[in-house]
Design a binder for this molecule. Sequence first.
Ligand SMILES: [Fe+2]
Ligand SMILES: [Fe+2]
Length: 200
Amino acid sequence: MFCLTCPTDPRWAPCAADALDRVLVDHAHCEMKAASSALSLSARCLDAPHAVLPLVALAREELEHFERVLVELERRGLALGPPPVDAYAAELRRRARTSCRGDATKYVLSDRLLVGALIEARSCERFKLLAEELERRGHDAEAALYRELLASEARHYTTLRQLAIDVRGDEPATLRRLGELARLEGEIVASLPVEAAIHG
Ligand SMILES: [Fe+2]
Ligand SMILES: [Fe+2]
């Protein structure tokens, strides 16, 4: 899906559907982190003011997703609890940072936007797999939630990818860099155990 280089392990969706409560708690934290990351990116766009409004709009939408998943947690009597360790996102950010060429603001910011785009692409792929698995099991309400959210995450992927191109000002170079980061992302996904977590 999109630029992803490694498809999710086919064991992931049944594993996630078996432990949907755990996935929903992890998912709530992912939406909250996506909102705060978009907001923090918007504050770094001093040299790219045209990127501020789209990032603030994205942050608002992620906050709405966070609220929707929180409502689902409450409906199920689940507590949000402390944020689980997200080895996937931490490793992706670390590898992007260490492989970033050039330390001008535009390279660093463009890379951060591309990392965000990749996380959106992976979330979108996983939401689709989970929605299909939940439909197979007759859990239509939960499947509908994931169907709706995956459409938003697909738009976020496109927005972040385009902002990365605009910030760097060189489309071919940005897309080559996206390809490099997508290969790193695929290696990380292939190295992580199959777990009941959005990026596990
Ligand atoms: Fe979201
Ligand atoms: Fe998103």
